[in-house]
Design a protein around this ligand. Structure first.
Ligand SMILES: NC(=O)N[C@H]1NC(=O)NC1=O
Length: 169
């Protein structure tokens, strides 16, 4: 269970503690935490979430590509997968898949990466393995530009979810 912080604690945290707490709000992207740090003080959760939105709005296409590439493939856990991602994937049932479903993930992950050049990204919270697989299948028919946008939209959802879990009003 993550420790939740109130706004006063967030505004008062020193930089190392802040970076440690928020460093993975956007997967393996400490620049997002730095952005949040430099925009303090905040009045409430809404303002922190708006600041995160600003971070995304300012991204260049190169930044977006880098962020997409930093994500792990779903249902393929290894030592490079962050604790946040492991927890999210575990809650959605992606770490205990039956063999045939695991094979479908392996196959669709490979097809997606081959077509678009980056991993398939979806905020898995609230979704089950079959819903995730059908989204993968559907998005495989898309084009690169749409998938860059879809991927970043999902990264935003993941990061808002992570951030909201860390803050208590
Ligand atoms: N590839 C991918 O979508 N990864 C993720 N999705 C999610 O909800 N957490 C993740 O790490």
């Amino acid at each position: 269970m993550v420790q939740q912080l109130n706004i006063k604690e967030i505004n008062g945290m020193n930089k190392p503690k802040f970076m440690m707490t928020f460093g993975n709000v956007v997967e393996k992207c400490p620049q997002a935490a730095l952005h949040l740090l430099t925009r303090r003080p905040y009045m409430n959760t809404y303002e922190v979430l708006s600041s995160l939105e600003e971070f995304f709005d300012a991204l260049t296409i190169e930044d977006k590509m880098k962020i997409l590439h930093q994500h792990p493939e779903l249902a393929s856990l290894n030592k490079h997968v962050t604790e946040d991602s492991v927890n999210e994937q575990t809650k959605s049932g992606l770490t205990t898949l039956p063999e045939h479903t695991q094979s479908s993930f392996t196959e669709l992950n490979a097809l997606y990466r081959k077509k678009f050049g980056f991993p398939f990204i979806m905020c898995v919270a609230g979704n089950d393995p079959h819903k995730i697989l059908s989204s993968m299948q559907e998005r495989l028919d898309s084009d690169v530009e749409s998938e860059i946008n879809a991927g970043i939209r999902e990264v935003k959802k993941i990061s808002k979810h992570r951030l909201s879990n860390l803050i208590v009003d």
